[in-house]
Ligand binder design. Structure first.
Ligand code: UDP
Length: 245
């Protein structure tokens, strides 16, 4: 049985990043099929407000704590999680270990030129990782050539970077069409690998202010970021509710 921690209705896997990477690689070795979501406060709020998305999240095999907000929220509720397990760090960890064991990956998402740069970077930095295929993220939803390619090449990992909740919906919609593969939503990770989206400098990350840095760099995010104060408010309410029980 996997241990999970409930944060406002979403069950997060209780794990460290290293354990999580090892677990996913084990599934890949066994040729299993898994659906992984890395969720931040925006996703939790979306799940609270949208029943269809809530049901979709419940069908994932694992939801990991992407974002310090989730880790802090869990601690505030008196049920701490070990650490942040972001999609980006999980992806890098999988690439690192897969370089030793020659696993294969499929990459779906990001703008065409960004994805191509990410492919070049991965081929250079992880030469033993086999890139079974890749496709940019701006395609017709009805186009089934992507899933056909995945069915034919049977990659160990399928990384889907279409942004949330689009990537989760894509995975959910196609999962039943394949036999194997660890499917994981990775947000803007391909931009990160391509060097298009600089991570916040370490000092910002250490202060847990990466979100603020990203807001400065990409002001269009502010609308989505409004989910964060609402999330904190809901966590406080939930804390009070649990106390009064
Ligand atoms: N993206 C995509 N197809 C789309 C919309 C977005 O491939 O139709 C890509 C976008 O280029 C970026 C990634 O999705 O690489 C993540 O976008 P965003 O930063 O909005 O998501 P987050 O990382 O916050 O989940």
């Amino acid at each position: 049985m996997k241990k999970t921690i409930d944060v406002l209705g979403v069950s997060f896997i209780y794990t460290t990043l290293a354990e999580f990477i090892a677990k996913l690689c084990e599934y890949a070795n066994k040729g299993e099929k898994k659906f992984i979501i890395t969720a931040n406060p925006e996703i939790v709020m979306l799940a609270r407000e949208n029943e269809e998305f809530r049901e979709l999240i419940q069908q994932a095999d694992y939801v990991s704590a992407d974002g310090i907000g989730i880790v802090k929220g869990a601690a505030m509720l008196g049920t701490p999680l070990p650490e942040r397990v972001s999609g980006y760090d999980t992806l890098l960890g999988i690439l690192r270990t897969s370089n030793e064991t020659k696993r294969s990956i499929y990459m779906l998402g990001a703008k065409e030129e960004v994805l191509e740069q990410a492919v070049v970077r991965i081929r250079h930095d992880y030469p033993n990782v086999c890139i079974a295929g890749y496709h940019h993220g701006f395609f017709d939803w009805e186009d089934d050539s992507i899933i056909k390619e995945i069915q034919e090449t049977e990659p160990d990992f399928i990384f889907v970077g279409l942004g949330a909740p689009r990537q989760e919906k894509w995975i959910h919609h196609h999962l039943h069409m394949v036999e194997k593969g660890v499917f994981m939503g990775v947000g803007g990770s391909f931009d990160g690998i391509a060097g298009k989206m600089k991570r916040a400098p370490k000092i910002w990350r250490n202060l847990h202010l990466e979100w603020l840095y990203r807001l400065f760099k990409q002001p269009s995010r502010w609308r989505r970021m409004l989910a964060l104060p609402r999330f904190v408010l809901e966590v406080r309410k939930e804390k009070r509710r649990r106390k009064n029980r």
